[in-house]
Write a protein that binds this ligand. Structure first.
Ligand code: CP
Ligand code: NVA
Length: 284
């Protein structure tokens, strides 16, 4: 559906005519906000941006009341929050679909766009390997969940103390076993990257972890995706990053700005993939 939306957007111009998406943001965003807003507009609907600084959840109105009230006005809710339980709480109490636009635990829309981008670049995904180097964060978790669903192996390299959550690894491994793929967690970046088709990294300090930035920069020494590390990957390997990135920290500028980088395709594909998500959830 995302591929159809990308190649023939004109066919879907009125697919969500008259519908409204509420976009709740507790954190900053460039890609998520703009791609959902533009996506909704391109489908004939509108999106309304709600910063937690301005709406009543910021002053303590319960998430359950917020979910029930928004459900009386809008046809769908997208939310970017700190606690994952805020998004699941919205989903539990809303009577309209709720889309996770990033929590401290997961970033599923980005992972969907990234696996869609992988399919575009290689023509398929089955049997390919994604290597994730860096922090075992929300991005890492969602990539581990997504890999088995598209027949890909996922190899994660993080320092001790910054591993992905054990329960997420266990769930992803169950999915992988059923799909005939693998999910591995190692320490050395080179062990993860060797022969990989997609090399992925994300910031060392995520939103909400700004105070840990200096400590983390030290802890992640040796975890930069450098041209030397990329050279260990498959000869046709692509470099991915959800963005925003910090050149010189988790990735060398020559990699993110180099020929293997597909970071702006990933960003574009957020639009097409999320339009597909909204159509699947909201089309009547
Ligand atoms: N990748 C991503 O979600 O970017 P934003 O924080 O700009 O939305
Ligand atoms: N891990 C990052 C992803 C940003 C899109 C964060 O949560 O800040």
């Amino acid at each position: 559906l995302a591929a159809n939306l990308k190649s023939r957007p004109d066919r879907y111009r009125t697919a969500l005519a008259g519908q409204t998406l509420a976009m709740v943001f507790e954190k900053s965003s460039t890609r998520t906000r703009v791609s959902f807003e533009v996506g909704m507009y391109q489908l004939g609907g509108i999106a309304t941006f709600l910063s937690s600084r301005d709406i009543q959840i910021g002053r303590g109105e319960p998430i359950s009341d917020t979910a029930k009230v928004l459900s009386r006005y809008v046809n769908g809710i997208m939310a970017r929050t700190f606690a994952h339980s805020t998004v699941t709480g919205l989903a539990q109490h809303a009577t309209v679909p709720v889309i996770n636009g990033l929590t401290d635990l997961l970033h599923p829309c980005q992972a969907l766009a990234d696996y869609f981008t992988t399919r575009e670049k290689f023509g398929h995904t089955r049997g390919l390997t994604l290597a994730y180097v860096g922090d075992g964060n929300n991005m890492c978790h969602s990539l581990m969940f997504g890999g088995p669903k598209v027949g890909m192996n996922v190899r994660v390299a993080t320092p001790e103390g910054y591993r992905p959550k054990a329960e997420i690894v266990a769930m992803a491994r169950q999915d992988a076993a059923a799909a005939g793929t693998t999910v591995e967690v190692v320490s050395a970046p080179r062990d993860a990257v060797k022969g990989a088709h997609v090399v992925y990294t994300d910031v060392f300090a995520s939103m909400g972890q700004e105070a840990e930035a200096t400590v983390r920069l030290k802890a992640f020494a040796g975890y930069q995706v450098s041209p030397e590390l990329m050279a260990l990957a498959d000869k046709d390997a692509v470099f991915m990053h959800c963005l925003p990135c910090h050149r010189g920290e988790e990735v060398h500028a020559d990699v993110v700005d180099g020929p293997a980088s597909v970071v702006f395709d990933e960003a574009e594909n957020r639009l097409h993939v999320q339009k597909a998500i909204m159509l699947m959830l909201m089309h009547r």
